[in-house]
Design a protein around this ligand. Structure first.
Ligand SMILES: [Zn+2]
Length: 164
């Protein structure tokens, strides 16, 4: 994705108030983000532990979603999978996140939820963690496919947040 400024990130969020967007804390090391290797920017708010954010480019403009992590977690012994990057992970490394829907639906308390890597680090994971069943293939091709899948699923989730 193209590099974003702090202002662009704050203005990109479609499902929270301007005050919430101004109050969020950017990921540590934001200035050093290597944008070229990311399908999306995902992070947990360093100062508000249950809050997280995903920002991805849609038609060249960044669109962001504010998320809230469930307070309960699955056991580390339960096998789980992130539904965005589809990396198999232990249960405690995946969290249920809910997003308030944008517009009137969100104001009425309507939310959508999905299971995502607890650290929202999916964009890094598709490049560094090839699932076992894909390891006999060309790694460069696999990364391209995993990254495209991540983007498609993130867009579908974004659509469910914005659908009116
Ligand atoms: Zn993930």
């Amino acid at each position: 994705m193209k590099p974003l400024t702090e202002q662009q990130v704050r203005r990109s969020l479609v499902n929270c108030s301007r005050g919430e967007a101004e109050g969020l804390t950017l990921p540590r090391g934001f200035e050093a983000t290597e944008w070229a290797g990311l399908e999306l920017l995902g992070w947990r708010d360093p100062k508000a532990p249950l809050r997280g954010y995903l920002v991805l480019p849609v038609d060249d403009a960044p669109v962001g979603i504010a998320l809230r992590a469930a307070e309960t977690r699955m056991s580390s012994r339960t096998p789980a999978m992130c539904l965005l990057c589809q990396t198999p992970r232990s249960g405690d490394a995946v969290s249920l996140f809910t997003a308030r829907r944008s517009g009137a639906a969100g104001r009425n308390g309507d939310t959508v939820g999905t299971y995502i890597c607890a650290d929202l680090g999916c964009a890094h994971r598709v490049r560094t963690e090839i699932p076992p069943w894909l390891r006999d293939r060309n790694p460069a091709e696999v990364v391209v496919e995993l990254a495209a899948g991540l983007r498609d699923r993130a867009l579908a989730f974004l659509d469910s947040v914005r659908r009116s």
